[in-house]
Design a protein around this ligand. Sequence first.
Ligand SMILES: Nc1ncnc2c1ncn2[C@@H]1O[C@H](COP(=O)(O)OP(=O)(O)OP(=O)(O)O)[C@@H](O)[C@H]1O
Ligand SMILES: O=C(CO)[C@H](O)[C@H](O)COP(=O)(O)O
Length: 319
Amino acid sequence: MSHRPIILGIVGDSAAGKTTLTRGIAQILGEDNVTVICTDDYHRYDRKQRAEIGISALHPDCNYLDIIQQHLSLLRSGQPILKPIYNHSTGAFDPPEYIKPNKFVIVEGLLGYSTRGMRDTYDVKVFLAPPEALRSTWKIKRDTRKRGYTEEQVIEQLRKRESDSEAFIRPQRQWADAVVTFYPSNGGTEYDDLLLNVRLVLRPTIPHPDFTKILDSNGNHQGSAVRLELDRDMGKPVDVLEVDGHATDEQVRQIERVLCSEVPHLGQFCSLEGNQDIGKVVGTTGETLQSYPLAITQLLITYHMLKAANVAAAMAIQV
Ligand SMILES: Nc1ncnc2c1ncn2[C@@H]1O[C@H](COP(=O)(O)OP(=O)(O)OP(=O)(O)O)[C@@H](O)[C@H]1O
Ligand SMILES: O=C(CO)[C@H](O)[C@H](O)COP(=O)(O)O
């Protein structure tokens, strides 16, 4: 399969799970086939300057969006970039790095869908939208363990950044082909990260797999742990697939078969016996996460990347 790089966008607020999902997808596609770019590297100011100016990293003015867009275009046409590096440990910038795109490029970050030019560069656009309570828990855990903050500092930062989250981050949901929400089944504060459900909002902006094949006339599959329904998201009609953390092997395998039958190349990843690592990922605080909802989410996004690669390869032959 020879084609221009396929670009996946993963956008969402801080600690929404972008890096974790990126790792899982890169594992499926093969680390050597994937270039990962985190747009935190394009912050305009270091941590000290941000504090002095009183601007948050979530504000578009605090990021070189024009250079992100320029670099995305270069990567899409297979050209290298000299990428800045923002160091989360020091809060300052390291020397830039030379990056050549692999077959697949995953661009994850806060503001990736802010401009039309950026949006037009992706083949697949995903937005991560965990409930705010879950995101706060994840951010406190990650930032206290990995970024040297105290719990109080993280809580204060979340409070201060809320208006920018509302103004600049959450509206980007409208541009995504798929919106991914992991959530605790009881809706409460007591939950197990390995038993989170997932709600996948599927917009008709790209053709999704035909999940109706495995569902009964009520949109359920062998009980209610897998559900497909029509809904509205930001006022527009969407399909919604939900997979519960306690879905069974058989239910999950059937969903996988739908994905794999449409994109044969995905077949090598689909069998749960064949690849025990699907849905298993080491989170950014070092913990091992594995669940069926995570596995289905990773496979669905990989499905779209492989489909985009097939289209790009076919176009390359025509030219
Ligand atoms: N699907 C998931 N299931 C369980 N826990 C998760 C999941 N995704 C993320 N987490 C938890 O949330 C933490 C933050 O996730 P991650 O670092 O991937 O977020 P991020 O969106 O990349 O954040 P940032 O933009 O601030 O770098 C992880 O360390 C992990 O503990
Ligand atoms: O929202 C974030 C994405 O990771 C970070 O807070 C942002 O990148 C700034 O970094 P730091 O908090 O380390 O100063």
